[in-house]
Design a protein around this ligand. Structure first.
Ligand code: SAM
Length: 360
């Protein structure tokens, strides 16, 4: 069983994921350059293109369109686009997005599409069937909860220096870093089994550096709201301490670590073509700087992180007698905290990404 059921569905993730798309946009030129000079053998006849962690599909399909166009500059062979996520993901937006007005969104009679439910930490596709694999903003969601509880904060990377409320010990943090490394290795081995020799893997995920961390601001506001519902008696101390979001924000060093070891099995499976840590502008932050409309900013920021934190919050408090009210109360409080003091919850979107080639 995975530790999350996916994102908030019914189009909510699609409507509140512009920052993730900005992070994807940054690496799409890598994808285009990689396709331009990748090896394309005659077999298998169909060129397989896969995206792991596609959620409701808007961003996945946008990236896939660019990949399809890049492939069409190289070959007229049939293409199969595969959009994969957890079986509990809301795939209805994916299907609707793939066939608007009853026709393929790729507008090409020789492009076929499929959705596959399953965890990306295992192999999901036939051996040697994929030419280009990608995953965006997904790998940080851990495969399992390595600790039963995280008593001092709501996410393993700990609070921001700016907000400074809460703590995660070095030992706790190291346990999550090890889980994240195991997950990364499992993901890489699974994709290696699916890729053709010479195939490409583009892996991007929200991250952390010495200066900036994508978790800062988001989880400070969520933690502040959780502490408020604790003080109000809606949850008890034990429930607060048991709750955490099983998400880890990696550094670039952690992303490329599997290839650094001298006897690395993964270094035999892949060549690292490029790797980078980068920040992208966030649309609702820029709009706030331009307009000064703090209420609009707080609402957009809260909806953005609600889209990926609510399902875990819901399952963690599943037995609560008034669950819907509790969840709404938490996000209403988080939004108020951001509105009252936006500087305290300053937000930056930092990504780490790498492009790999499957070796012989
Ligand atoms: C933040 S969304 C990213 C969606 C999209 N790739 C984007 O960039 O907008 C993360 C996605 O990863 C998925 N996910 C989390 N754990 C997963 C797993 N073990 N296997 C497959 N997908 C997973 C979630 O269900 C969610 O749809």
């Amino acid at each position: 069983m995975s530790v999350t059921s996916g994102m908030v569905g019914d189009g909510f993730y699609n409507r509140n994921s512009a920052p993730q798309m900005a992070a994807i946009e940054y690496v799409l030129p890598w994808l285009e350059a990689a396709v331009a000079d990748m090896r394309l053998d005659d077999v298998p006849a169909t060129v397989g293109l896969a995206d792991f962690g596609c959620s409701e599909g808007r961003n996945s399909i946008a990236a896939m369109k660019r990949l399809v166009e890049a492939c069409r500059r190289r070959t007229q062979r049939p293409l199969l686009t595969i959009h994969s996520d957890l079986p509990t993901n809301d795939f209805s937006g994916v299907f609707a997005g793939l066939r608007p007005a009853g026709r393929s969104v790729f507008d090409d009679a020789s492009v076929f599409s499929a959705a596959v439910g399953g965890s990306m930490f295992g192999q999901l596709l036939p051996p040697g069937s994929v030419h280009f694999s990608m995953s965006f903003n997904a790998l940080g969601f851990l495969d399992r909860r390595p600790l039963k509880r995280l008593p001092g904060y709501v996410v393993p990377n700990g609070p921001s220096e700016r907000a400074g409320v809460g703590q995660v010990s070095d030992d706790e943090r190291a346990t999550f870093a090890m889980q994240a490394d195991r997950d990364l290795q499992a993901f890489l081995h699974a994709r290696a089994a699916e890729l053709v020799v010479g195939g490409k893997l583009l892996l991007e995920v929200f991250g952390a550096s010495d200066e900036l961390r994508t978790c800062d601001g988001i989880y400070d506001a969520l933690n502040g709201a959780m502490l408020e519902v604790l003080a109000a008696g809606s949850i008890d101390q034990r429930q607060y301490e048991d709750f955490y979001q099983p998400v880890y924000f990696r550094t670039l060093d952690e992303l490329v670590a599997p290839f650094a070891a001298v006897e690395s099995r993964l270094a035999k499976l892949y060549r690292v073509d490029r790797a980078e840590c980068y920040e992208v502008p966030v649309s609702f932050v820029e709009a706030f700087h331009a307009s000064g409309d703090v209420a609009r900013y707080a609402a957009a920021f809260t909806n953005f992180f609600r889209a990926f934190t609510e399902p875990v919050l819901r399952s963690s408090f599943a037995g609560h007698p008034s669950l819907d009210r509790l969840i709404d109360d938490i996000y209403t409080r988080a939004e108020r905290l951001v509105r009252d003091d936006p500087a305290r919850y300053e937000f930056h979107y930092l990504s780490v990404a790498m492009l790999l080639t499957r070796r012989e």
